[in-house]
Write a protein that binds this ligand. Structure first.
Ligand code: PLP
Length: 379
C-alpha cells in the first residue's frame, strides 16, 4: 500500500480487534438477549467490552451506548438534546469548523425554526470560551463543540466551556464530538464537563460500523431507535457483537499504550515538519494544530487535488481535507479566511502508531519531487 498518511480518515484494524471479532463471530455468536447460557454469555461479553470503553472514558459502564458510527452519535446527541430541552427554547451554539455530522443536523434544525450560532475560528483555527459566553442565551438548548478538529488538529477548550455553562447555570446540554480526540488527547467526559460525547471505532483501529455515545447519568435522552429495548431501551436492535468486541479490544490496547503511541505520533509529526521546512521553502502550517496526529500544511500555488493525485501515483496517501467532503471545498479551511493560493494548496497529513521514519522521509521526498514536477509543468 506504500506510505499512508490519512489516519484521521480511517485506521487499519489492529490484530487484537480482529481476534476479538472472530471470537464473537465463531465462538460466542449467540443473541445477547436470549435467556439460555449461550445467549447470556454473548451478553456478558458485550458488557465486558462496554466496560473497556467506559474505562477509557473514565465513566460508568451504563453511560456508554453503542452506535453504528460517530455520525450516528452526533445526530443522536443533537436531535435528542433539542427534543429533551424543547421547553427551554430554540437556540443552539456550535462552531463553523464542526464535522458535517454536526453541521448538517444543525442546518436541518434551522429549517425547522431553530436559531443556530456558528462560532467562527480565528486565523489559527482557535475558538475561545469567551465566544461561547457571548453567544449564550436563556433559550440556548444545546452547545455542540468538537474536542479536536479533524482538518486542523486544533484542540477546542471543552472543559473551560463546560465550566462556563455551569457557572451560568445554563440549561443547555453540552455535546462534544470526541471522534478525533479519543485516545489522542485527554477525552474524559466528566473532566470535560460534557453531558454527551460521541466517539467512533474506525479512527482507533477498530472496524468501520461501530461507535459509542456517552450519555451522562441523569440525562434522559430520547431513544435513537425504538424496538426490542436493547441499550437500555435507547437504541434497539440486536447488538453488533463482533463490532463491539473489536471496538472494545482496540480501545483496550489503545488505552494501555496511549502514552507511547501519542509520543510516537508527535515525534513523526515533528520530524516531518522539520524535513519539510528544510526542503520546501514555501511550505506553511495551516492553523495551530497541537493534536499529536494531524499536521495541516499548505504549498501555496500547488493545487492540493493535483498534489494528492501525483503523490498517490507514488504510493503515498495524504488528504486534501476531510474525506467526507468528496471533492467539495472544505468549510473549515474557508472559515480561516486564508488567501486563495494558500486555501487551494492545503494538505492534511495524519499519523498513527504505524507511521515509520521511512514513511515520513518518503513523504518529504515525494513532496519535493511533486513541487519540482509541477513547477516544471506550470512554468
Ligand atoms: N466527527 C469527526 C470530527 C470526524 O472526524 C468524523 C469522521 O471523519 C466523524 C465525526 C464521523 O465519524 P464516522 O465516520 O464514524 O461516522
Amino acid at each position: 500500500m506504500g506510505h499512508y498518511f490519512d489516519y484521521a480518515a480511517t485506521t487499519p484494524v489492529c490484530r487484537e480487534a480482529v481476534e476479538a471479532a472472530v471470537d464473537a463471530m465463531t465462538g460466542g455468536w449467540g443473541n445477547p438477549s436470549a435467556r439460555y447460557p449461550f445467549g447470556t454469555d454473548a451478553g456478558t461479553a458485550t458488557e465486558r467490552w462496554r466496560n473497556e470503553i467506559a474505562k477509557a472514558l473514565h465513566c460508568q459502564k451504563d453511560e456508554v451506548f453503542f452506535t453504528s458510527c460517530g455520525t450516528e452519535g452526533d445526530n443522536w446527541a443533537i436531535y435528542g438534546a433539542v427534543e429533551l430541552n424543547r421547553r427551554v427554547g430554540k437556540h443552539i451554539i456550535t462552531t463553523a469548523i464542526e464535522h458535517s455530522a454536526v453541521l448538517e443536523p444543525c442546518k436541518e434544525l434551522e429549517r425547522s425554526g431553530y436559531e443556530v450560532t456558528y462560532l467562527k475560528p480565528d486565523r489559527q483555527g482557535r475558538i475561545s470560551v469567551q465566544q461561547v459566553e457571548e453567544a449564550l442565551r436563556e433559550d440556548t438548548v444545546l452547545v455542540s463543540m468538537m474536542l479536536v478538529n479533524n482538518e486542523l488538529g486544533t484542540i477546542l477548550p471543552i472543559a473551560e466551556v463546560g465550566r462556563c455553562l455551569k457557572e451560568y447555570n445554563s440549561r443547555a446540554l453540552f455535546h462534544c464530538d470526541g471522534v478525533q480526540g479519543f485516545l489522542k488527547v485527554p477525552c474524559y467526559p466528566k473532566e470535560l464537563c460534557v453531558d454527551l460525547l460521541s466517539i467512533s471505532g474506525h479512527k482507533v483501529h477498530a472496524p468501520k460500523g461501530i461507535g459509542a455515545l456517552y450519555i451522562r447519568k441523569g440525562v434522559k435522552l430520547p431513544p435513537m431507535i425504538r424496538g426490542g429495548g436493547q441499550e437500555h431501551g435507547l437504541r434497539s436492535g440486536t447488538e453488533a457483537t463482533a463490532q463491539i468486541a473489536a471496538f472494545g479490544a482496540a480501545v483496550q490496547v489503545g488505552c494501555q499504550q496511549m502514552e507511547q503511541i501519542v509520543a510516537h505520533m508527535r515525534e513523526q509529526k515533528e520530524l516531518l515538519w522539520t524535513l519539510l521546512q528544510e526542503k520546501l521553502p514555501n511550505v506553511k502550517r495551516v492553523g495551530e494544530g497541537t493534536a499529536p496526529h494531524i499536521l495541516t500544511i499548505t504549498m501555496p500555488g500547488y493545487k492540493s487535488e493535483v498534489v494528492v493525485r501525483v503523490l498517490g501515483d507514488m504510493g503515498i496517501c495524504v488528504s486534501s481535507g476531510s474525506a467526507c467532503h468528496k471533492g467539495k471545498a472544505s468549510h473549515v479551511y474557508a472559515a480561516l479566511g486564508l488567501p486563495k493560493k494558500e486555501l487551494d494548496g492545503v494538505l492534511r497529513i495524519s499519523f498513527s502508531k504505524e507511521t515509520t521514519r521511512e514513511d515520513v522521509e518518503a513523504l518529504a521526498e515525494g513532496l519535493v519531487q511533486v513541487s519540482k514536477q509541477l513547477f516544471i509543468s506550470l512554468s
